[in-house]
Design a protein around this ligand. Structure first.
Ligand code: S3P
Length: 176
């Protein structure tokens, strides 16, 4: 009997507003991969919003839950995984995912990230900020070396969701 070929994961890393969830879901559908949005899964499992967790237990608590989920997902195959924007802050996360799949960094410039997240109400790192663009610029500057260190890069700033999904499918096929 032929062995089932198990498909590698497609792991999407990148700043808030880089299209990981929307384009990732489309790419998953086209590739026949499952789709996991890490933030939504954490919210579902803990019956709390991420904003609520940040407010009551603090960011460090959320990062612990995020770390646990990375370990769990890295032990599985066949999923497209939309990570949260801060997953790069722990290098172990990227190490685990790199062993378990094709990791793509979805880059986005600050203005585009601002445009795409301006109405969002579920991003605690932006919510309370009077000047969201300045906060995005600051966080992006701090994290840029971590995002840029990922070998597979896709600049999504000028791509539609459909174009981004096309590119993700192409990159996945070329690298898996
Ligand atoms: C975060 C990004 C969010 C979420 C949390 C922290 C970050 O995910 O994980 O609010 O540190 O950049 P998205 O990138 O999906 O918005």
């Amino acid at each position: 009997m032929p062995k089932l070929r198990r498909m590698r994961n497609l792991v999407l890393v990148g700043f808030m507003g880089s299209g990981k969830t929307v384009a990732g879901q489309r790419a998953a559908d086209r590739l026949g991969l499952g789709f996991v949005d890490m933030d939504r899964l954490i919210e579902q499992r803990h019956q709390r919003s991420i904003s609520d967790m940040f407010a009551h237990e603090g960011e460090a608590h959320f990062r612990k839950l995020e770390r646990q989920l990375v370990r769990e997902l890295a032990a599985q195959q066949g999923n497209a995984i939309a990570t949260g924007g801060g997953v790069v802050l722990d290098p172990e996360n990227i190490r685990d995912f790199s062993r378990a799949g094709v990791v793509v960094c979805c880059w986005v410039d600050a203005r585009t990230a601002h445009e795409r997240t301006r109405h969002a109400k579920h991003r605690p790192l932006l919510e309370a900020e009077p000047d969201r663009l300045a906060q995005i610029e600051k966080l992006l500057r701090q994290r840029e070396p971590l995002y840029r260190a990922i070998p597979l890069q896709l600049d999504t700033s000028f791509l539609s969701v459909e174009q981004q999904a096309d590119e993700l499918v192409r990159i996945y096929r070329e690298n898996s």
